[in-house]
Design a protein around this ligand. Structure first.
Ligand SMILES: Cc1ncc(COP(=O)(O)O)c(C=O)c1O
Length: 376
């Protein structure tokens, strides 16, 4: 199989991740933070080790501010519902995913929401963002990279602007974690939501919310922390305040190995590899009759998430053809980000999305281009 659906979840996972998941069930089988027996203590230490690794990876000073979640959607929901109160104003971009747009919509009309527009390549303007700020703006949320067309948004400038206005900045790093270097302190990012199962190469069912300083987020779920059992109220300290119930230990152990794997290869090397494949793909697509690349046409300011349309063929038919005839996995239609398609001019039928990972090769991209030419 030629797997080019890495924006949905990366596959395959590195062997060390698979081994860590299996070993976690042998050696870290106790419930951490509950009991005082040896295996429970060893498991708690393992969890803390993973928090330290993640904190270090994202430039976060306090490992206790790493909150494990089941995916990026849960992390975004915990942040959005935990911060915004009636009377607040929030800003997101039209390039954001439903995992941002829907929780924000659910908060309205108590919370007013403004949508920052994008151009035909998915790019946004910081001046436009500044113009949307109001005295009651509490939170700005932005995807780092569009999951539709791979455009990288100017999140550092946006975070700086928010910092200067005393507004919290929440980064959706779903398509950038593990692909672009992120230092939360240096970049003045208050909160970061990320999946563990995409560019960090951990298992599905893992996500993260990293909180840069002492913010009191109202928990959306309560109970099951293993701490302060006499108290009815949810503990105030992180991560217990926001982590409820038994943790996904196999997921945490796998994620730790995913991050070690990335650290060993280096994010810059991963970025360069994906850029090389992307350049080849963009060039090849630009020479196929009736195909239009959606978003940026070269590798500047983008990642290896590439969308295209065909003037005469339906995008679902293209993905089905690629899968049935060549075992090539791509994704079609709206990718949970319909507003992005309105800006990109693809709201009628969506796009075919090809997304790279570290395991993809140039020969696989060549086969994809050959398959597309053959189809036509
Ligand atoms: C930009 C963006 N945000 C959020 C999500 C949701 O991630 P998860 O599936 O881990 O909840 C995705 C998933 O594709 C995404 O691309």
């Amino acid at each position: 199989m030629i797997y080019l659906d890495n924006a949905a979840t990366t596959w395959p996972k590195p062997n060390q991740v698979i081994e860590a998941v299996a070993n976690s069930m042998k050696y870290y089988g106790a419930n951490p933070g509950r009991s005082a027996h040896k295996m429970a203590i060893r498991t708690s230490e393992k969890v803390y080790e993973c928090r330290e690794l993640i904190a270090d990876f994202f430039g976060l000073s306090n490992p206790a501010n790493v909150v494990f979640t089941q995916n990026a959607t849960m992390a975004l929901n915990i942040a959005i519902h935990g911060i915004l109160k009636a009377g607040d104003h929030a800003i997101c971009t039209v390039m954001d995913h439903n995992s941002v747009l829907r929780p924000l919509f659910a908060k309205s009309p108590d919370v007013e929401v403004s949508y920052l527009g994008a151009d035909g390549e998915g790019a946004i303007s910081i001046a436009d963002l500044e113009a949307l700020i109001k005295p009651n703006t509490r939170l700005v949320i932005m995807t780092h990279v569009s999951n539709v067309c791979g455009t990288v948004l100017p999140v550092e400038a946006a975070a700086e602007l928010c910092h200067n206005h005393g507004i919290l900045f929440l980064l959706d790093a779903s398509q950038s974690a593990g692909i672009i270097n992120i230092d939360m302190q240096q970049m003045k990012i208050d909160l970061l939501a990320a999946p563990g199962h995409k560019g960090l190469y951990g298992p599905m069912g893992m996500g993260l919310l990293c909180i840069n300083h002492n913010l009191d987020l109202n928990p959306i779920i309560q109970g099951g922390t293993g701490s302060y059992s006499k108290e009815l109220a949810q503990p105030l300290e992180l991560p217990d305040r926001l982590e409820c119930g038994t943790l996904n230990l196999p997921g945490i152990c796998g994620l730790a190995e995913g991050i070690r794997y990335i650290n060993r290869i280096g994010i810059d090397t991963i970025g360069e590899h994906e850029a090389k494949l992307t350049a080849y793909l963009l060039d090849g697509l630009s020479h196929i009759k009736d195909i239009s690349i959606i978003g940026k046409k070269d590798t500047l300011g983008r990642t290896g998430v590439v969308s295209f349309t065909h003037a005469k063929k339906d995008c679902v038919d293209i993905s089905s053809y690629l899968s049935s005839n060549y075992s090539i996995a791509t994704r079609s239609m709206y990718h949970c980000a319909y507003k992005a398609h309105e800006s990109l001019g693809t709201s009628d039928a969506g796009t075919v999305r090809v997304s790279m990972g570290i395991f993809n090769t140039l020969s696989e991209i060549k086969i994809l281009l050959y398959a597309l030419k053959n189809m036509i």
